[in-house]
Design a binder for this molecule. Structure first.
Ligand code: 5AD
Ligand code: FES
Length: 330
């Protein structure tokens, strides 16, 4: 039951009658391979400026209805300090693809944050091998870059001016440089099929990703996909559960997008294969402006509030917040 063929994955995705069995099997695999602990990552969304035009994303450069911001290094570092003081053992630095943050600037930020007692994850998009190498040498531990979809035709349609092969190159470079590598996909994109989702899952396994983030597509009114319906929460949960069963010991976040579509989405995900949550630690002034999709959770909350909120929820399902850095289990 733990080595699905493509055909079997498609069958599981099609048939909703066995969903509860699927979710409890994924929960069991998570418990066996990753234990009871939930890893919390403090997410800093430090710039919403982006040179890309991904058709689903509210940060796309052609969206003129978004007020843009950049947080300067000094403030990023102070946000990170505050998060470490709250107990976070990983800081995730995420932004749009913003060339303001040159190799040198990023390296400075990484080095400063690495002086605190924390792992550092980057999620800043496609860069050169040299940049990735310099970030790694400055102390970055992990890198997140979702493939979004492995269907090359769909990828082309959704990502004008981008190149699927360059994205693959990034993943390969990051692995080679010794990062823990996170990737993942969107679920419910227009024209996306169960077959293509099965390919996504098998791709995650093939490249032996260390972390997989899966989220439902959420319609943003200021994008070219404004008339496409939201993806399904359940379908995203199923893709996540199958990934857990296949990949066993990797880290899988209960994504914020899941909670946006379902008020208890992250807890349901934590009980269906997930073992990570990435609460926002960015100051309130910026949160609403990092509008990848609408109705994002926690936009009016302070970092301290989110930490307490999620700790309470995790305790309520009999799980524990990890005090460890939360690398992939060996
Ligand atoms: N709905 C859900 N997720 C989205 N992302 C971007 N736009 C959307 C959307 N409209 C996801 C992408 C990206 C991550 C940071 O946010 O998968 O990798
Ligand atoms: Fe932000 Fe619950 S995690 S309010």
């Amino acid at each position: 039951m733990s080595e699905f063929s493509k055909r079997e994955i498609i069958e599981i995705l099609k048939d909703d009658s066995q969903n509860n069995r699927l979710f409890s099997l994924a929960d069991k695999v998570r418990s066996e391979y990753c234990g009871n602990e939930v890893h919390l990552r403090g997410l800093i969304e430090f710039s919403n400026i982006c040179k890309c035009r991904c058709k689903y994303c509210g940060l796309r450069c052609e969206n003129k209805n978004l007020e843009r911001y950049r947080i300067l290094p000094e403030e990023i570092i102070s946000i990170a300090k505050n998060a470490v003081d709250m107990g976070y053992k990983t800081i995730v630095l995420q932004s749009g693809e913003d060339d303001f943050y040159t190799k040198e600037i990023m390296c400075e930020i990484i080095k400063e944050i690495k002086k605190l007692d924390t792992a550092v994850t980057l999620s800043i998009g496609e860069r050169s091998f040299e940049d990735y190498k310099a970030f790694r040498e400055s102390g970055a531990d992990r890198y997140l870059i979702r493939i979004e979809t492995t269907d090359e035709n769909l990828y082309k349609k959704l990502h004008p001016n981008m190149d699927f092969n360059n994205r693959l190159r990034c993943l390969k470079d990051l692995k080679e440089l010794g990062y823990e590598v996170g990737t993942g996909c969107l679920v419910g994109l227009p024209e996306q099929t169960n077959e293509s989702l099965a390919d996504d899952i098998l791709f995650f396994k093939e490249i032996d990703a260390d972390m997989i983030g899966i989220g439902p597509f959420i319609t943003h009114p200021d994008t070219p996909l404004k008339d496409s319906p939201n993806g399904s929460f359940i379908k995203a949960l199923k893709v996540m559960a199958i990934t857990r069963i296949l990949m066993k010991n990797i880290n899988i976040p209960a994504t914020t997008a899941m909670e946006t579509l379902h008020s208890n989405g992250r807890i349901i995900a934590l009980q269906s294969g997930a073992n990570v949550v990435m609460p926002n630690v960015t100051s309130q002034t910026y949160r609403a402006k990092y509008e990848i999709y609408p109705n994002k959770i926690c936009v009016n909350d302070k970092p301290e509030h989110c930490r307490k909120c999620i700790e309470g929820k995790i305790a309520s399902i009999g799980r524990e917040v990890s005090k460890d850095y939360g690398f992939r289990y060996k």
